[in-house]
Design a binder for this molecule. Structure first.
Ligand code: MCA
Ligand code: AMP
Length: 502
């Protein structure tokens, strides 16, 4: 018998997978355990609530500001099951940044953990937005949820880039399915695994690599409400966790914490690390010094991989085989990778080139930005990452980016242009230039050179900036200068701006 079309084309199969593990613990949060069946039932219930009188949300955007934990996944799955597009909001955004996302996505439903409700109430009334709290559920359950085909839009994540305003990266159910399945195969996830999520849940690293993979594999995912090296170490010592993923800054902070332990505690930690089967690092370049120190501490060679919001993961060191320090590895299964020169021709084998990617992992579009989408692909359909790499004896080595305006700090991608745009609206600032400078802990540290019209108190400026954008984006150092370094054409020379901070 031939299966109907939708059999092959249904949405990302998180629920079908969950049914295989129904009585197993899916999530641990706040010392409570939740089974896969609870996740299936509560997400269905929330999906009916989202649908209200409709049969299918038909790709309506649903924004949600929900703390990490069971409710987060429940809401995410509910949106997908109701046929909506999931738009996770950053928990630390001040309202102007949230408003930007709500306006850009035209979200007409916002789901919140109770403590965030008051932030949205007035705005929701003014803009006809249905505001739902995570604990609400419908009084009557309908029988059928819509059949959502895998080519439909599933998620929008905002990414900062070479434009001053963040762009919404749209992925389909098929993209998510591919990104998750690829990593499950490559890193050998199984239902016997247990991980802990300490990453923010408005980015791919936490959403796909940690939650997506663990819950698809039938493993257990524990959540921490926010990162703390001390608490995380105590969870490691419990012996319950065997897979861990984080950004280099987190490993830096874990190493700093380990250095404060006494000899006995260090020995206990080393014992606990023997239970682990995998520790992954990515989102930013992993310094060799961190990899080496972590190897001494834990006995594990970190598996470094390379990815991007637009593509999920593309290149990875092998799970079995040599993990080479300073290298991100080889193309993941199903992902095509090539390096090209400035003329978009294949780079010579010993030459660096821009990384370009093709595969079902690659996103659909930038939300409502057809021109930006078109510009980001070559005519023959390769996605242009803007990252430059070299193929070094079979392993890719990232050399940098082709834009100085993109900064990576704490694993977050930050646009210098976005910060400059906001700084220029500060009345006392005449001009400014934002750059990232090398920093052991953060990878790069965001700093700003400012030309002022009148006196500026930089701590006041700093406080004001934090009302305008997430704290992780705001400059850590302000330097007042008479003028910005410019070239003969009058363009600010960012590499010279960096020198001002040495
Ligand atoms: C926070 N602080 C900073 C920065 N961020 N200082 C300098 N530079 C920064 N970037 C300051 C805060 O302002 C605060 O100081 C103090 O550090 C503690 O802030 P808090 O937010 O509590 O920091 P934290 O919790 O220690 O955060 C560090 C962190 C976080 C856990 C490493 O940055 C993080 O979660 N990063 C991961 C981001 C991520 O998931 N990226 C993936 C996107 P004060 O009190 O003075 O304010 S990339 C991706 O998804 C692709 C696909 C990929 O490849 O993975
Ligand atoms: P994002 O857009 O936030 O997903 O960040 C993606 C960017 O992070 C990539 O374009 C790279 O510049 C950077 N990145 C991710 N993983 C690595 C890595 N292992 N080494 C160097 N850069 C990385």
């Amino acid at each position: 018998m031939v299966a109907p079309d939708y059999f092959y084309k249904t949405m990302y199969k998180c629920v079908e997978q969950a049914e295989k593990f129904s009585e197993k613990t899916a999530i641990i949060f706040d010392e409570k355990s939740y089974t896969y069946q609870m996740l299936i039932d509560s997400s269905a219930s929330m999906a009916y609530h989202l649908l209200d009188v409709r049969n299918d949300l038909q790709e309506e955007r649903v924004a949600y500001m929900v703390d990490p934990g069971f409710d987060y996944v429940k809401v995410q799955w509910a949106i997908w099951r109701a046929g909506g597009v999931a738009v996770p909001l950053c928990l630390t955004y001040p309202f102007p940044s949230l408003q930007y996302v709500l306006e850009d996505t035209e979200a007409k439903i916002v789901v919140v953990s109770p403590q965030y409700k008051s932030m949205f109430e007035e705005y929701a009334v003014q803009h006809g937005i249905r505001l739902i709290e995570t604990h609400e559920s419908p009084s009557t359950i309908k029988n059928n949820l819509p059949i959502v085909s895998d080519d439909r839009r599933a998620m929008i994540l905002y990414t900062s880039g070479t434009t001053s305003l963040p762009k919404g990266v749209v992925t389909t159910h098929e993209n998510i399915q591919t990104q998750v399945s690829t990593l499950i195969e490559a890193w050998q996830w199984t239902s016997a695994d247990s991980t802990i999520c300490v990453l923010p849940l408005h980015h791919v690293h936490g959403i796909i690599n940690v939650i997506g993979c663990s819950l698809y594999a039938g493993a257990t995912c524990e959540f921490m409400s926010s990162f703390s090296a001390e608490v995380l170490f105590s969870r490691f010592l419990s012996g319950a966790i065997n897979v861990f993923m984080a950004v280099p800054t987190i490993y830096f902070k874990l190493i700093s914490h380990w250095e404060t332990l006494n000899d006995q505690q260090k020995a206990e930690a080393k014992d606990a690390f023997q239970q682990f089967r995998l520790m992954v690092c990515g989102s930013a370049a992993l310094p060799v010094s961190i990899l080496e120190k972590w190897e001494v501490i834990s006995g594990h060679t970190l598996l470094e991989r390379y990815g991007m919001t637009e593509i999920g993961m593309a290149i990875s060191n092998p799970y079995i085989g040599q993990r080479r320090a300073g290298h991100v590895g080889i193309a993941l299964p199903g992902v095509s990778v090539r390096l090209v020169d400035e003329k978009n021709q294949s780079a010579a084998s010993d030459q660096p080139g821009e990384i370009q990617i093709k595969g079902k992992n690659v996103f659909l579009e930038y939300w409502k930005r057809a021109d930006a989408t078109k510009e980001s692909f070559t005519e023959d359909g390769w996605f242009k990452t803007g990252d430059v790499a070299l193929l070094d004896e079979g392993y890719y080595r990232i050399l940098g980016r082709n834009s100085v305006d993109i900064i990576k700090s704490g694993g977050y991608k930050i646009s210098a242009l976005e910060i400059e745009e906001v700084l220029r609206t500060y009345a006392a600032i005449a001009d400014c230039a934002v750059v990232g400078i090398d920093n052991d802990e953060w990878g790069e540290l965001v700093v700003a050179a400012i030309v002022i019209k009148e006196h500026v108190d930089t701590s006041e400026l700093n406080m004001w900036m934090r009302t305008q954008m997430a704290a992780y984006k705001t400059p850590r150092v302000y330097k007042i200068v008479d003028e910005l370094p410019r070239n003969a054409m009058g363009k600010v020379v960012k590499n010279d701006v960096k020198k001002l901070f040495i």
